[in-house]
Design a binder for this molecule. Structure first.
Ligand SMILES: [Zn+2]
Length: 258
């Protein structure tokens, strides 16, 4: 018979694994399944890692049956800003969006040789309606976030580099208050984080050109960019939208959707 203390330990363990499985599923989809299978092994961490790698590789083959394909992790003109996006299987899109992104990146490299276009969060590999948190709309393979382009302090373009570690949250228009201050909102400012980012000014020519190339693509329906950025880059157009004051800011990346 289990003592009361042992029962508590067992309950806490089950609870801990439940939370772990839930978080791993929300973060990567396949992580939760890897966790469950790893529970059958004695060396669970090693088993988890090996099973995860196996599931990750199988997903490359299976996801196309669900209408999603992986973006290139380390392509010459289009690649993940960080291997984190690939390792966590957050780099899946519909075949059409993969083509749009690759075409835009190739066009950028043709206009400005040496240009590398970086993507951030895309979508998880399976099931429409399963959102890629914290982006509620990235749930159908038709949404993709792209990084801006940046320069060094002397203004020379830096291929494959962003200001922040993950490409998000280095805001360009924090001083422009275009939303009511007191609304409950997902519009994070993270003012305390800003001094930590590299001093890399935005590269306006390439960033503006990427927006124009995507806006001209008939397969694209909407692009989200913060209005002060659209103004400073002299960009206009029906597809260029403001996401509204209750959603995350878009002065640190460009949101693209079919
Ligand atoms: Zn987005």
């Amino acid at each position: 018979m289990l003592s009361i203390a042992n029962k508590w330990v067992l309950t806490l363990k089950v609870f801990g694994h439940g939370i772990g499985i839930l978080l791993a599923t929300l973060l990567t989809q396949i992580g939760g399944l890897a966790w469950i299978i790893a529970l059958m092994f004695r060396r669970r961490l090693l088993a988890f890692l090996l099973i995860y790698v196996g599931l990750w590789s199988a997903t490359l083959v299976v996801a196309p049956q669900f209408g999603r394909v992986p973006l290139p992790c380390h392509g010459a003109t289009l690649r993940a800003q960080s291997l984190f996006y690939c390792a966590t299987a957050r780099h899946y899109v519909s075949p059409d969006l993969a083509e749009v992104a690759q075409d835009a990146a190739d066009e950028m490299a043709q206009r400005y040789p040496g240009t590398v276009t970086l993507y951030l969060d895309a979508n998880l590999p399976f099931w429409d309606g399963f959102p890629l948190l914290p982006h509620l709309s990235h749930d159908d393979g038709e949404k993709l976030d792209l990084a801006f382009y940046y320069t060094d302090e002397l203004g020379a373009y830096l291929p494959g580099k962003t200001r922040s570690l993950i490409g998000y949250w280095a805001f360009e228009a924090l001083d422009q208050h275009i939303c009511p201050e007191k609304w409950p909102t997902l519009r994070w400012d993270f003012a305390w984080l800003q001094p930590l980012w590299a001093k890399r000014p935005l590269e306006p020519v390439r960033t503006g050109a990427l927006v124009q190339i995507l806006a001209a693509d008939p397969r694209i329906s909407k692009l989200f960019l913060e209005p002060p950025m659209a103004e400073s880059l002299v960009l206009k157009g029906q597809k260029l939208r403001f996401q509204g004051c209750r959603a995350a800011r878009h002065d640190d990346h460009l949101h693209v959707q079919l």
